[in-house]
Write a protein that binds this ligand. Structure first.
Ligand code: PBG
Length: 323
């Protein structure tokens, strides 16, 4: 045998020498849940170790993350049911919990990277990402609302706007709204290939944002489709997206690789709430080694081609020095 691949695996030094992909703190984005009130920190039952923070505690949490070298945060609000309406007006009200949180974080930590979520579901009395009429989610009417949300986020100091709603044409619409208002420097991280997935369950628990009727299949993608992701990618690129995201992560590594091979834009992968819950449940039962399974999962996103990884494991991997 002239070729014996095992020679390059024979010691730790050589294994590290030939390692093809690495994960570092710079690749990680930490999603954080926000709730109204003071000194609040409530654990999400289906996501052990993940909490909803009031703004004061959010600032403390971000400070401790930044000490670990974790500087990028994606914020999601848990909104009082009484504040929700059909038009998700709380999504762009100047004194809303979400906008106050963005302003507080950027004031306290101007060097942090704040990513904001644009979609109607946390604020919608229908629990859908778009405007509902006669049981249908309207597209073009929703764009106007998303544009108002994006503009409010930019005014509050957001570094990157991340539309997660899957309406057609929203990247171009939001880009124009931002540019017309002078926010040409605010980035867009588009949820390009966002699938209608079972793995969002724990996130909807965290925000109490599950749809009040039906499902999200008329706007989120069919998990059976790969080629359709290329259509979404081409549109987002043409409409001015700065990042293309694939979501969920683990069940869609092929889609990450497909986009990587078909665009020059950086790819982001969202390691979603259900993926986190699966690992935590298995670890709790003693069925998986936590450090090894978490680092293997994060490495797989980098290997598939993701530059950025949105993951609820972000803080623990740095705190425990697992990378
Ligand atoms: C909603 C949104 C969802 C997530 C991020 N933004 C859920 C959904 O589409 O129902 C899921 C994130 C996760 O599961 O971690 N616009």
């Amino acid at each position: 045998m002239l070729q014996r691949p095992r020679r390059n695996r024979k010691s730790e030094v050589i294994r590290q020498m030939v390692q093809e992909t690495h994960v570092s703190a710079a690749n990680l984005i930490f999603p954080l849940f926000i709730v109204e009130g003071e000194n609040q920190k409530t654990e999400v039952a289906s996501m052990p170790g993940i909490f909803r923070y009031s703004i004061d505690n959010l600032l403390r949490e971000i400070e401790s993350c930044m000490k670990l070298g974790l500087n990028s945060f994606d914020l999601f609000p848990n909104i009082d049911e009484a504040l929700k309406d059909k038009y998700a007006t709380e999504g762009h009200r100047d004194e809303s919990l979400y906008l106050r949180a963005i302003r507080a974080v950027k004031k306290e930590f101007p060097e942090s990277c704040v990513i904001t979520d644009v979609a109607m579901d946390p604020y919608s009395s229908d629990g859908h990402d778009g405007l509902v009429q006669n049981g249908e989610v309207l597209n073009d009417e929703t764009l106007e609302i998303l544009g108002k949300m994006a503009l409010a986020h930019a005014r509050s100091g957001a570094d990157i706007i991340a539309p997660s709603d899957m309406m057609d044409g929203r990247v171009g619409y939001i880009r124009k709204v931002l540019d017309d208002a002078g926010f040409t420097g605010v980035s867009i991280m588009s949820y390009t290939a966002k699938y209608a997935s079972a793995f969002y369950g724990p996130f909807r628990d965290a925000l109490n944002s599950a749809p009040k009727f039906g499902d999200k299949k008329s706007y989120q993608m069919n998990p059976a489709n790969q080629r359709e992701a290329l259509i979404e990618a081409a549109l987002d690129e043409a409409e001015g997206a700065d990042f293309l995201m694939v979501k969920p992560g683990l069940p869609y590594l092929d889609v990450i690789k497909l986009l990587k091979d078909n665009t020059e834009l950086p790819i982001a992968a969202y390691n979603v709430s259900g993926e986190y819950a699966m690992i935590k449940a298995a670890v709790k039962n003693g069925w998986l080694n936590e450090q090894r399974s978490v680092t293997e999962v994060l490495t797989s996103f980098r290997r598939a081609g993701a530059s950025a990884i949105l993951t609820y494991h972000a803080k623990e991997v740095l705190l425990n020095k697992w990378l």
